[in-house]
Design a binder for this molecule. Structure first.
Ligand SMILES: Cc1ncc(COP(=O)(O)O)c(C=O)c1O
Length: 382
């Protein structure tokens, strides 16, 4: 039996998306910029997808820009806004950002920008008052992750965004982990820019979007990363990946339809697994609990066992989990996220993440608990 519990790293492309993408590749392969029938058909596929993605976050479709994924969207925001300014200014990020925000911010800092990294509490949460205090007259952007990838903690996005809106500062959120797991409505939430990525909600890898609020973000608030043919309203040049974009659109439509029931189902499975593992004294949960946590997300550290060792043992047993962030799990550095949350080097190195998804069932949960108990009993017997 094989069980995939690493949906935070990527999710399997759903069959409906594969079928649609195959059809589009067969019959809608025209260049969307071409003026003839082939081009028009591709344009129609892209515009349909734009509506579907917009609907998922209740956005004006005009504000949806297709990109190659979360990393590009995040980079586009930080680097694009920075390049709009002649001299270095000030930006605010949290200390629990994904590297797709963290590293562009670090790059800008090396080039004279001032970067404030907001601290988080033991659960990984940013305190809105800290954000209010950090703003300066020359703050041009605040970027705070909507839900943290390693520990599943959901940030108080509404409060954080409102502070920025009151101060007339652009607010970006990396919602790559949140989209498809929780409802995000950019009409009611004070969000100016939002990154999302298809492969986290059963679309394919290499495609995503940046939402740019057309009302609050002036047309030229950010300079495009990629210049060329002027596709995507000039924000992202390059012939669009029509099939991948169509797949993203369908994944978004299905995610919207299923969001409520599927999130509730996953939260129930997650809580059941937490309960089943609660009798293991050395396995300590990390991150927020309850409604402030992504519904499909569990994270722990073991007091004595290296996270990568546990990942390998689970893999031998046919269960895929990850240690720390999957995006950086090739390195042997302890999770920087756990460190800033106040955990020790050993605790950070021993952290693991289990992220549930569509294929996981009640029976899986019982089996996973059994396997974890067995592995840990065996380790303790060594
Ligand atoms: C929070 C977050 N932001 C950005 C990314 C990068 O997204 P992509 O893989 O689409 O480039 C990830 C991927 O794991 C993520 O978890």
């Amino acid at each position: 039996m094989q069980i995939y519990l690493d949906h935070g790293a990527t999710s399997p492309t759903r069959p409906e998306v594969i079928d649609l993408m195959t059809d589009v590749m067969r019959s809608q392969w025209g260049n969307p910029s071409s003026l003839h029938w082939w081009g028009e058909r591709s344009t129609m596929a892209i515009e349909r997808s734009r509506l579907q993605v917009a609907s998922l976050i209740n956005a004006d479709p005009e504000g949806i820009i297709f990109t190659s994924g979360g990393t590009e969207s995040d980079n586009m925001v930080l680097m694009g806004i920075a390049r709009q300014h002649q001299t270095p200014q000030h930006m605010v990020i949290s200390s629990v950002e994904h590297s797709a925000v963290r590293l562009p911010a670090q790059y800008l800092e090396q080039h004279g920008w001032e970067i404030t990294r907001l601290p988080v509490d033991r659960q990984g949460r940013v305190e809105p008052k800290d954000l209010a205090r950090s703003l300066r007259p020359n703050t041009v952007l605040v970027s705070i992750i909507a839900a943290q990838n390693e520990v599943g903690t959901i940030q108080p996005i509404e409060k954080l965004g409102q502070i920025c809106r009151n101060a007339n500062v652009l607010f970006h959120t990396d919602a790559v982990q949140a989209i498809g797991k929780m409802s995000i409505d950019v009409q009611t939430l004070p969000i100016d820019l939002l990154s999302l990525s298809a492969h986290k909600f059963y679309g394919t890898q290499g495609i995503g979007a940046l939402y740019i609020n057309p009302e609050t973000t002036k047309k030229r608030s950010l300079i495009p990363l990629i210049q060329g043919g002027g596709q995507e309203s000039g924000y992202r040049s390059g012939t669009q990946a029509v099939a991948a974009i169509s797949g993203l659109g369908l994944a978004a439509e299905l995610a919207e339809q299923e969001l409520f029931l599927e999130s509730a189902r996953l939260a129930k499975l997650r809580d059941r697994l937490y309960t089943l593992l609660a009798d293991i004294p050395d396995l300590i949960p990390t991150g927020a609990i309850g409604t402030d946590r992504l519904p499909h997300h569990l994270s722990f550290y073991h007091q004595h066992i290296d996270g990568r060792h546990l990942v390998r043992e689970m893999n031998f047993a046919g269960i895929a989990i990850s240690s720390g962030s999957a995006c950086s799990s090739g390195t042997i550095e302890p999770s920087s996220i756990l460190l800033v949350m106040g955990y020790s080097q050993t605790e950070a190195r021993n952290s693991i993440r289990l992220t549930l998804g569509k294929s996981n069932t009640d029976a899986d949960i019982e089996w996973i608990s059994l396997v974890i108990h067995q592995i840990l009993n065996r380790q303790e017997g060594l």
